[in-house]
Design a protein around this ligand. Structure first.
Ligand code: ZN
Length: 95
């Protein structure tokens, strides 16, 4: 998957928020990371692009962060940080 180069002071055009911020130090995905769909036996996982925009998860008592991910075709979803796993440097997977 070809990713655009992201400068340190990048502002996400869609969400108008900083792409790089203290979340990086908290072990959460940052802009440009890869998000893989939930593994399903016999199916190839889809690679999404972590956009850098985030918001607190609204689920009661979750305490997680919603991570904005853009998928091939342009769809954007917001998986919760409590439902993802890091499987490699810069690569995450929805559980
Ligand atoms: Zn959550």
């Amino acid at each position: 998957m070809q990713l655009p180069e992201i400068p340190d002071d990048c502002v996400d055009e869609l969400m108008n928020v900083l792409c790089r911020d203290p979340y990086h130090a908290q072990g959460l995905p940052i802009a440009g990371d890869t998000m893989l769909t939930r593994p399903i036996e016999g199916e190839q996982q889809t690679e999404g692009w972590v956009m850098g925009a985030r918001r607190p998860c609204a689920l009661d008592g979750c305490g997680g962060v919603r991570i904005y991910v853009r998928w091939p075709g342009g769809q954007i979803t917001q998986p919760c940080s409590q439902g993802i796993t890091q499987i490699a440097q810069g690569v995450w997977q929805i559980e």
